[in-house]
Design a protein around this ligand. Structure first.
Ligand code: ZN
Length: 184
C-alpha cells in the first residue's frame, strides 16, 4: 500500500468509527465517548508497529463496529477491503452465544489467531485494563473488576510472542491489579 492510500484508509476508518459509535459511551464512571476506546487501540497499534501496518491500524479503529454497532463484515470488506474486514472478524465475538461462552471462546481462539489479530487483542485488553484502573464502571464490584483482569490475562496468554511493546504495556497494566483492592 502506498503512503497516500495508507493515509486514506486510516482516516476513513477513524471517520467511520466516529460515526458508528457516536451515541455509545464507555461503562466507566467518566462515561467517555466509546470512540476514545477505539482511538486508544488504534494508537497503541500504530506505536507498536512504527506506523507500518495501515490495515491493522484501521482495524483498530473498526474493531468493535460489528460487535457493538451491527455493521456487517460485508460492509467493512466493501469499504475497507478484505484484509481489514478479516482482522475485525477475528476479534469479533459471536453475539448469538451466551456471554460466558463468548468469554471462554476468546481465551481459546486467541492462541489460534493470526499474529496481527493477536496484536489487536493485546491492544484492546490494554485499553480495557487502563479504563478499569482510571475510570472503573461504578456498577462493577471489586470482584468483577478483578475477574476482568484475570480473564484478560488468560486471553493474552494466547497472544504472547507477537509484539514485545504491547506485551510489556499489558504486563505493566496487569501489575497494577492490586490497586483495585487498595480501596482507592
Ligand atoms: Zn474494544
Amino acid at each position: 500500500m502506498d503512503t497516500h492510500n495508507a493515509t486514506l484508509l486510516v482516516v476513513r476508518a477513524a471517520h467511520f468509527a466516529a460515526q458508528k459509535h457516536v451515541d455509545q459511551r464507555r461503562k466507566g464512571e467518566s462515561a467517555e465517548p466509546y470512540f476514545n476506546h477505539v482511538a486508544d487501540v488504534a494508537a497503541h497499534l500504530a506505536e507498536a508497529t512504527g506506523g507500518g501496518d495501515a490495515a491493522l491500524i484501521a482495524a483498530g479503529y473498526l474493531h468493535d463496529t460489528v460487535e457493538d454497532q451491527d455493521v456487517t463484515p460485508a460492509e467493512l470488506a466493501a469499504q475497507f477491503g478484505h484484509d481489514v474486514a478479516d482482522l475485525v472478524a477475528e476479534v469479533t465475538d459471536d453475539k448469538s452465544l451466551p456471554k460466558l461462552e463468548r468469554k471462554r471462546l476468546q481465551i481459546e481462539h486467541a492462541a489460534h489467531a493470526s499474529l496481527r489479530a493477536k496484536m489487536l487483542k493485546l491492544a484492546d485488553k490494554c485499553s480495557n485494563l487502563n479504563a478499569i484502573l482510571t475510570s472503573p464502571p461504578p456498577d462493577w464490584p471489586t470482584q468483577r473488576r478483578l475477574a476482568y483482569f484475570d480473564w484478560a490475562l488468560a486471553v493474552v496468554a494466547g497472544c504472547r510472542g507477537v509484539n514485545p511493546q504491547l506485551e510489556a504495556r499489558f504486563d505493566a497494566l496487569y501489575a497494577r491489579r492490586g490497586e483495585l483492592t487498595a480501596g482507592g
